[in-house]
Design a protein around this ligand. Structure first.
Ligand code: IMP
Length: 511
C-alpha cells in the first residue's frame, strides 16, 4: 500500500515569523545578504557567492541577456534559458559577459576608408557613439584613430567623406598600454576628461576599451556580481538531452554556473548528465540540480551526483499546472522545510554544505522573506522578473494598463519538452504543464528589487539577525489559522481603490 505522510502539504502563506530581540545598533542597511551558490566544505568559502539571495528562472519570458545584466548588477544571478538553440543561448551568455566591468573588447570597429554614412549607421545600430578605427576593422587590429559622434554632424557634413578624414588620429588619442591596472586606466580617463580609453599592446594593436560610464556604473552599484576578470556573472540552464554539446559551449562562453532545468530532477537521466559533466570537467563547474521536494531526492543528487546546489519545488509556480495535470508535487513550505532539514543534517554528517534554492510560487515579498527564514539559501523566481522592464518580452497595453506576456516552459508556446524526463524523446509535447498568461508591468528591476530587499533586511532586523545564516538560525515560525490571516489584513476601514483617482464624491464633497 502507498505510504501516506502524516504532515499536510503547507504553503508559505500559512506561516508567520515571531520577532526576536533587535539589538541596539542593528540597522537594516547593514544587513549582509551574501549567500553561497556553490557547495563548500566546512571552514572554506563557497567558490561562488551571490550578493543578494535572488536568482531568475530558466525561462524564455524571464532570463534573457538584458535581465541577466540588470540582475547581476544588483548582486543576483540569472540562469539564461536553454529552451533555445545552443548558439542563441551562448550568444546571450556572451552578451552578459561582454557587458562591462573594466576592460571590454570593442564590438563596434571600423576602417579609415569607411564612409561617414556607414559609420553613422553602425553607431545607430549598436548604440555606440565611440568607434575605434583599426587597420583591418577588427577589435584587435592596429589602432589608427578614434571616431565619435562628435566628430561629424549628420546633417552638416558630407557623409560620403571617409572616417579617416574626420577621426582623431592615433598620435592624438589618449590611450593606455596593455597591462595597466583598471585604477590607472580610470585615472587617465579622469585626468584627460575622456569618456573612453583605448588600450593597445606593444605593436599599437587594440586590446580593449575602458569606459568612464562603467566606472560610474560600478560606483553606483556596489553590489554588482563580478567574476575574477571583473565581468558580470551569469548562469545558464541545461537539460538532460543535449548536455554533451550545450555544456562545452556554455562553459567556453564563460557561464559561471549551470543549472539543470527539469520539472522533476529525481531521475537517472539527470544523474547521468551530472556525472558526464564531472567526468569531463572535474569539480570546477558549478552545477545546480533539481527540482526535488524530498530529502530522498536531495540525497540522490548530492551523494550520487555531486551537485553544487539543489532546487526545491514542484508544482508551485505561478504559471504551473503540474499538480492538476499529473498529481505530483508538494506544498512549497513543506518541501523546503524537509529538504533544508536534510541539508543541515548532511552538513553535520559530512562537513559538506549544499545550498538549496526555493524555486517557484513566491507570490509576494513576504513569501521570499519566509522562504529564506525556512532555510533556503536563495530563491528562484519567474513571475517576479517577467513583470519588469528588462524581461525579454514586449510590453502591451490592455484596457489602459501595461502588461507583459509570461508563459511556462511547459506550454506549447515554449515547447520545452526537454524539461520533462519521462524516458520519451518524442520532441513534441502531448499535454501542457504550464499556462500562457500576462502579468502587470511593474517598472525597472532595480526599483522593484530595492523594495523587496529593504523589506527582507527589515524583517531580518526584527528577528535580530545581521546575516542570512543568523536569520534562519534565529527564525521562529508559527502556523497561522485562517482567522489570523484575516486578522493580518486591514479590518473595519474603508480603502479607496489605489488604481483609481480619488473623486470628490469619495470625500463626500459632491452633492
Ligand atoms: P514563479 O516564480 O512562481 O513564476 O515560478 C517560476 C518557476 O516555475 C520556474 O523557476 C520553474 O521551476 C517553474 N516552471 C516554469 N515553467 C513551468 C511550467 O510550464 N510548468 C510548471 N512549472 C514551471
Amino acid at each position: 500500500m502507498a505510504i501516506i505522510l502524516d504532515d499536510i502539504s503547507r504553503t508559505f502563506s500559512e506561516y508567520l515569523l515571531i520577532p526576536r530581540l533587535t539589538r541596539k545598533g542593528q540597522r537594516a542597511d547593514a544587513v549582509n545578504l551574501k549567500t553561497p551558490i556553490a557547495a563548500y566544505t566546512k571552514g572554506q568559502v563557497s567558490r561562488l557567492q551571490i550578493n543578494v539571495p535572488i536568482v531568475s528562472a530558466c525561462m524564455q519570458a524571464v532570463s534573457g541577456a538584458q535581465l541577466s545584466i540588470s540582475l547581476a548588477r544588483q548582486g543576483g544571478l540569472s540562469f539564461v534559458y536553454c529552451s533555445q538553440p545552443i548558439d542563441r543561448q551562448v550568444e546571450m551568455v556572451r552578451q552578459v559577459k561582454a557587458h562591462k566591468a573594466g576592460f571590454v573588447q570593442s564590438d563596434s570597429n571600423t576602417t579609415e576608408s569607411t564612409t561617414l554614412a556607414e559609420v553613422s549607421e553602425l553607431m545607430q545600430k549598436t548604440g555606440h557613439s565611440t568607434v575605434p578605427v583599426t587597420e583591418n576593422g577588427t577589435a584587435t587590429g592596429k589602432l589608427l584613430g578614434i571616431i565619435t559622434d562628435k566628430d561629424f554632424w549628420e546633417f552638416e557634413d558630407d557623409l560620403s567623406r571617409t572616417v579617416g578624414q574626420h577621426m582623431t588620429p592615433f598620435d592624438d588619442v589618449i590611450h593606455g598600454q596593455e597591462g595597466i591596472s583598471l585604477t590607472t586606466a580610470n585615472k587617465l580617463l579622469h585626468k584627460h576628461k575622456k569618456d573612453c580609453l583605448p588600450i593597445v599592446d606593444a605593436n599599437d594593436c587594440l586590446t580593449a576599451l575602458v569606459f568612464k560610464k562603467d566606472y560610474v556604473d560600478h560606483r553606483r552599484h556596489p553590489q554588482e556580481l563580478l567574476d575574477e576578470s571583473k565581468r558580470l556573472c551569469v548562469g545558464a540552464a541545461i537539460n538532460t538531452h543535449d548536455y554533451q554539446e550545450r555544456v562545452p559551449a556554455l562553459l567556453e562562453a564563460g557561464a559561471d554556473a549551470l543549472c539543470f532545468d527539469s520539472s522533476d530532477g529525481f531521475t537517472d537521466y539527470q544523474l547521468e548528465g551530472i556525472r558526464w559533466i564531472r567526468e569531463n570537467y572535474g569539480s570546477k563547474p558549478i552545477i545546480g540540480g533539481g527540482n526535488v521536494v524530498s530529502p530522498e531526492g536531495f540525497d540522490f543528487l548530492v551523494e550520487e551526483g555531486g551537485v553544487d546546489f539543489i532546487k526545491v519545488g514542484i508544482g508551485g509556480g505561478s504559471i504551473c499546472i503540474t499538480r492538476e495535470q499529473k498529481g505530483i508535487g508538494r506544498g512549497q513550505a513543506s518541501a523546503l522545510l524537509d529538504v533544508a532539514k536534510r541539508r543541515d543534517a548532511y552538513f553535520e554528517e559530512t562537513g559538506r554544505y549544499i545550498p538549496i534554492c526555493s524555486d517557484g510560487g513566491m507570490a509576494n515579498d513576504t513569501q521570499i522573506v519566509i522562504a529564506l527564514a525556512m532555510g533556503a539559501d536563495f530563491v528562484m523566481m519567474g513571475r517576479y522578473f517577467a513583470m519588469t522592464e528588462e524581461s525579454p518580452t514586449p510590453k502591451m497595453s490592455i484596457n489602459g494598463q501595461m502588461y507583459k506576456p509570461y508563459w511556462g516552459e511547459g506550454t506549447l508556446r515554449a515547447q520545452n519538452w526537454q524539461r520533462y524526463d519521462d524516458g520519451m524523446s518524442t520532441r513534441k509535447m502531448v499535454f501542457e504543464e504550464g499556462v500562457d498568461a500576462y502579468v502587470p508591468l511593474v517598472g525597472p528591476l532595480a526599483d522593484v528589487l530595492d523594495t523587496t530587499l529593504y523589506k527582507l533586511r527589515s524583517t531580518m532586523v526584527n528577528v535580530g539577525s545581521d546575516s542570512l545564516v543568523e536569520y534562519r538560525e534565529r527564525a521562529i515560525l508559527t502556523l497561522v489559522s485562517a482567522q489570523s490571516v484575516v486578522e493580518g489584513g486591514t479590518s473595519s476601514v474603508f480603502q479607496f481603490n489605489s488604481n483609481r483617482e480619488l473623486k470628490d464624491a469619495d470625500w463626500g464633497l459632491e452633492n
